[in-house]
Design a protein around this ligand. Sequence first.
Ligand SMILES: *Cc1c(COP(=O)(O)O)cnc(C)c1O
Length: 416
Amino acid sequence: MLDSLASGLSIKNGYLFWHERNLYDMAKKFKTPLIVYSKEDIINNYTNINNSISKYFTNYEIKYAIKANNNKYILRLIKNLGAGVDASSKNEIIDAINSGFKSSKISFSPNNVSPEELEFALNNNININFDSLNQYRLIKNKDIKSISFRIKTDYGKGEFKGITTSGKGSKFGEIPKNALEGYKEAKENGCKNFGMHIMAGSNVRDYKHFKKVTNDILNIAINFENKLNIKFDYIDIGGGFGIPYRPNENILDIDKSFEKIFNAFKSKYKNDFPELIIEPGRYLTGNAGIILGTVYDIKKHEINYVGTDIGMNVLIRPALYGAYHHIEIVNKIDKIHNFKCDVTGQICENTDRIGKNILLPEPSCNDIIAVFSSGSYVQTMASHYNGREIPEELLLLKTGERIIKKREIKRNYNKN
Ligand SMILES: *Cc1c(COP(=O)(O)O)cnc(C)c1O
């Protein structure tokens, strides 16, 4: 039943194992809160999407969205698999450079940034997907090699409104009319290379979405090519490739997605295609991470509250968008799930819930919980609120495991 959430799960003597490792023992050994990743799963996710895309395209690039998970070890792993990266800030560019990505493998898709931040990217020969005409006008030296705008169309789709990143009500991207003006200005300034970018929404498990996004962006690109007498070198359709968060949710048909994306290119461009760029984040790391936490309190009040060390400081998505993350008690995995409860953390906010109205086996203090689908948008969104530590990160290797980030304390409380 949990197989759609993570691969390599098994149950032995009532304990949940992941890639042959007993998660209960791991939590007790490394302490909680702990985020555990599987190297094998990240490699498999990359291989999956790379195999699908290469069935249809020869000229393409996969640029991992750093904001999904910026662990240095994971960035290096993804680099060694052959991918590039998409950064959303100067500091993410620095992470990318420090992880060994060449500037040609890095793109920058920020919004509302200072001219200094834009110029930092340009000085490092990093391609920018400008969020607006105004952002392009902010840069002083217009002698740039390549220009790309993030386009906002009328259509956007995300799992939640908070992650729907195009269409009416989205703060991202430039409307086509203004983008056209931007390409025109860039051409007049001597720019000879052109790209177009769109990121229409996140965590979508319906392949039709990617077909629609590609058709929409290609229509705009061809229209601009004709109007300005230019050719686009690349079309970047962003990320958004979704994963299941609930048991029994469908898995995105990734092959079908690229078949449809390819058909859209083929019908608009015949044979002479621009390069296809995609920027998956969640798809590469999302299902490859599990958070482990400890139960420290149980209140049987008007409802049941299960108090743990995993709150909104570790995992903010439930409080931020009402996102669902599947939770299990790893040492009671095959017990009957008849205890209706909210799972809460240690933060002084009443929105501090990671599970609402869910069913668990009857918990006890010192039980270990596992929170699934936590390899993306967990560690990067974690905070020090209430003086809490950012969890330690552990990577499961083929044999053995390795701490890839130590528990992070904001300041050294011991020394004050
Ligand atoms: C967040 C983001 C991505 C990655 O999104 P996923 O849904 O994790 O694939 C890609 N590109 C841009 C510009 C983004 O902001």
